[in-house]
Design a binder for this molecule. Structure first.
Ligand code: ADP
Length: 482
């Protein structure tokens, strides 16, 4: 499979082209070693990518029937599945992601393409009863050129939910992967090409956010922007979209709670409480970084969590540890600073997982940290940390739990653990969040399940059928025939 993924990052109009700009070094987070290079895309290359996408949207790709489009997406899905091992190895090395998580991500992108392949011919408009003498109906049409600016934490999965859904609706795509982790985007591109995706339907420009990303987000030829990343960059993207008056989908992370009541099945809950915090070393938009625990069981739950933290295996991604390194030296420094500041404000450190002596010295490892008794207004309870850090917060009543859960600027995901059915229903209504999970957390990824936030977690919905509506424009036709 991919041969040149380590040396080129510009894919325009169906071809890999020689990069015009400088090359950027790619580090292996597990060791700190440089192991590949990618191109730092230029505004001219972004221009060319948007132009190629426009030709495809107006040409062969845009005119293709839904059935044919679906068949191509299905071939992409099949080829992705055949290449799960290769993709997992690449993603694991590039992101520092434990191998089994990378494998799950590679399987997930195949599943996204399978889902969206099956959906292409099942999206339709409506007929609307209207005045005498009229026939009125709606059509769902593609936007045209869609921009996809994605982060480094789950590149494969985010390509699946973003590029996959956009292509399914007949849009052309320009993908700008994160500079820290672009390699799986390039491998995916080779696979899509081999599966017969027509030239221009997908174009890829790697490079730095402030240059390549900004050039794409502000490009007047882009009809829709899909962005996953930080709140600060999300604001810039939305400002660019406003300038060009184009729709934008923003997925900006969160400070998601899991709420544990004293009637919960704790044996079922414990693995979720832990995993949702330390999966991908906590570098997950939907990480459950806050654990709200009813006071009557607070000590028991915190003790059990602490012993799980003490037994975590932390190590290089290829050894498939529980927790791998963070993505970069910069992210490691940031997370360690936020933990130190949290300690400095007098917050209780329940435990920090030990690092094995044989962890590579230049890898970007941090010790997973569990804080206890954190107050609702402390920055540890308010700010997204994007590292393996969780806080435990006690509560007494259901009302108090809801008020703490809703007490941040974010609203992406929440988990509720209780056997009381009426309480499950009340919390599902009163918690402000894009997704609520009852007696589970994350539902195993759920390609079919609409996903997105409220508040500073962003807006618009990805995944499931809902994503297809976002990647389409509704046209109303009113025909008068007397
Ligand atoms: P993270 O905090 O996860 O690194 P960022 O928001 O910095 O998230 O990055 C997410 C994506 O946005 C990456 O592809 C990055 O290159 C891109 N990006 C960063 N800055 C900008 C910008 N000013 N304009 C457009 N894209 C950007």
């Amino acid at each position: 499979m991919p041969t040149n993924v380590a040396s080129s990052g510009i894919f325009l109009d169906g071809d890999w082209v020689d990069p015009q700009g400088e090359m950027l070094q790619v580090q292996d987070p597990s060791t700190g070693d440089v192991f590949a290079e990618i191109a730092n895309g230029t505004p001219a290359e972004i221009d060319a990518a948007v132009a190629a996408a426009r030709r495809a949207a107006d040409g062969a790709w845009g005119r293709m029937t839904a059935v044919e489009r679906g068949r191509i997406l299905r071939r992409i899905s099949d080829l992705l599945l055949e290449n799960v091992a290769m993709l997992a190895e690449l993603e694991s090395r590039d992101v520092g992601k434990p191998l089994s998580q990378a494998k799950a991500d590679a399987e997930a992108i195949a599943r996204y393409f399978e889902f969206y392949a099956g959906a292409t011919d099942k999206i339709h408009g409506e007929t609307i009863p209207y005045q005498d003498g009229y026939t009125v109906y709606t059509l769902r049409e593609p936007h045209g050129v869609t921009a996809h600016i994605i982060p480094w934490n789950y590149p494969l999965q985010i390509i699946g939910r973003s590029v996959g859904a956009a292509l399914a609706m007949g849009n052309a795509a320009v993908l700008k992967p994160a500079e820290e982790a672009s390699l799986s985007s390039l491998a995916f591109t080779e696979i899509a090409c081999e599966a017969g995706l027509p030239a221009g339907a997908l174009n890829v420009v790697t490079g730095i956010g402030e240059s390549a990303g900004a050039a794409l987000a502000s490009h007047a030829g882009v009809d829709h922007i899909s962005f996953t990343g930080s709140v600060s960059v999300g604001r810039l993207i939305q400002a660019s979209a406003a300038e060009n008056v184009v729709p934008v989908t923003l997925e900006l992370g969160g400070k998601s709670p899991q709420i544990v009541f004293d009637d919960a099945d704790l044996d079922a809950a414990m693995p979720f409480l832990l995993r949702a915090g330390i999966q991908n070393a906590g570098q997950t938009c939907s990480a459950a970084s806050r654990i709200l625990i009813q006071r009557t069981i607070y000590d028991e739950v915190v003790d059990r969590l602490a012993s799980a933290y003490d037994n975590l295996r932390i190590g290089p991604a290829p050894t498939d540890p529980d927790v791998g390194p963070l993505i970069s030296a910069q992210q490691k420094m940031l997370v360690e600073r936020l933990v130190k500041e949290g300690e400095g404000r007098g917050n209780q450190v329940v435990t920090k997982s030990p690092l094995n002596a044989d962890v590579p010295a230049n890898g970007f490892y941090v010790r997973p940290t569990l804080f206890g008794n954190v107050g609702g207004l402390d920055p540890l309870a308010q700010d997204e940390i994007f590292g393996p850090v969780q806080i435990a917060m006690p509560f007494d009543t259901e009302d108090e739990a809801v008020s703490i859960a809703n007490g941040t600027d974010f609203g992406l995901v929440a988990g509720v653990w209780t056997r009381d059915g009426a309480r499950q229903m009340r919390l599902a209504k009163s918690i402000r969040s894009g997704q609520i999970f009852v007696n589970n957390y994350g539902a195993g990824g759920g390609v079919e399940l609409p996903f997105g936030g409220i508040g500073k977690s962003g807006h618009g919905r990805e995944k499931g059928f809902e994503a297809l509506y976002g990647f389409s424009v509704l046209k109303t036709i009113a025909a008068y025939h007397g």
